[in-house]
Design a protein around this ligand. Structure first.
Ligand SMILES: *[C@@H]1O[C@H](CO)[C@@H](O)[C@H](O)[C@H]1NC(C)=O
Ligand SMILES: *[C@@H]1O[C@H](CO)[C@@H](O)[C@H](O)[C@H]1NC(C)=O
Length: 318
């Protein structure tokens, strides 16, 4: 899902035409002044971005504008916006159809080869990019990730797809059909990204057995001590929840909460969940050590202002 930043605190509908966004961004840019230097010294670590569904590494209206904004805020910072595949078109398609475990390997390979990142980096994932980068943290400790920032990420998956990014409604209708007809069939698992973080609380055993990606990184089939150790070596794990999110269901997943097992109405927080109580992933220990940061902001999915970003997320980019 696409990120949209604005310079004013007014929230804009997701379906706003691209031309209007362009006008908004271009028109608003000169009005924004950010004091640099005090909060973010030049010794800032590089930043790695992973875009959301329907988006790409390099869209000037989403990841491109985030990259530019961070580069303005932190002069000299190296920002890498991950491209999964060989082109922007492939990158966008892969966000729907490429096996997530392969996407994570692809990203890890890119990070391990980038000379700029070898002393470590911070990572910021938007929407599904949030859980994908967590998999990078758990599976690929080198180069080391320092802070992980999940912006509207679905850390416990989703159980519903109420709305979709505007430009791809036909793809979304098809995805919904696939998810409803059998998210855990081998074929759908292998070929549909969103099925790999589909979390059906009414079919918990099936989810644990069949989910190729999410059940693995959330230690549902067993505990991989390496995952735990790697995640716990983060300095901070920041999770941003959008209070009026109409795209992610349930929104609790953005703070690692979810629906209580066995039913689909009541939700539970991370702290009430089995993954935390049994500390299957090290999150309880991280919480006690002050490494988990829960941020909430007004607005629909991925909609925030530059002022909010600068005040709340910039401090984690050092
Ligand atoms: C940049 O960092 C170096 C070393 O940490 C320091 O000596 C220098 O003064 C810094 N420059 C600015 C402009 O902050
Ligand atoms: C645990 O995770 C590491 C890192 O991805 C992997 O190399 C290893 O094979 C996993 N172990 C098991 C038992 O799955």
């Amino acid at each position: 899902m696409r990120v949209r930043t604005q310079a004013t605190p007014t929230y804009w509908p997701l379906m706003m035409p691209l031309s209007a966004w362009l006008l908004l961004l271009v028109g608003a840019a000169p009005l924004v002044s950010v004091s640099v230097g005090s909060r973010a010294p030049n010794a800032s670590l590089p930043l790695v971005l992973w875009h959301g569904m329907g988006d790409s590494c390099c869209n000037p209206l989403s990841m491109g504008s985030i990259k530019k904004m961070v580069e303005e805020d932190v002069p000299g910072i190296y920002v890498l916006s991950l491209m999964i595949g060989k082109s922007v078109v492939q990158d966008t398609e892969n966000g729907f159809f490429m096996d997530v475990n392969e996407q994570v390997s692809f990203a890890c390979n890119q990070l391990s080869k980038d000379p700029e990142l070898q002393s470590g980096y911070n990572a910021m994932g938007f929407s599904q990019g949030g859980q994908f980068l967590r998999a990078v943290a758990q599976r690929c400790p080198s180069p080391p990730m320092r802070n992980l920032i999940s912006v509207g990420g679905q850390q416990q998956g989703v159980y519903g797809l109420p709305r979709c990014p505007g430009e791809s409604s036909h793809i979304c209708d098809w995805i919904r059909k696939m998810l409803n007809s059998g998210a855990y069939s081998d074929f759908v698992q292998k070929h549909l990204v969103q099925a790999q973080y589909w979390h059906d609380p009414l079919n918990g055993d099936l989810y644990k057995e069949k989910s190729l990606f999410l059940a693995d990184i959330n230690q549902e089939r067993g505990i991989n001590e390496t995952y735990k150790k790697n995640l716990m070596s983060l300095n901070k794990f920041v999770m941003v929840k959008f209070l009026q999110d109409s795209v992610v269901d349930p929104v609790d997943t953005e703070w690692f909460g979810f629906l209580k097992p066995g039913q689909a109405e009541e939700t539970e927080t991370l702290q009430d969940s089995v993954i935390y109580k049994e500390d299957r992933l090290g999150l309880a220990e991280m919480d006690k050590a002050g490494k988990l940061v829960f941020l909430a902001t007004e607005g629909d999915h991925l909609q925030f202002t530059r002022a909010w970003f600068d005040e709340n997320l910039l401090p984690y980019l050092h």
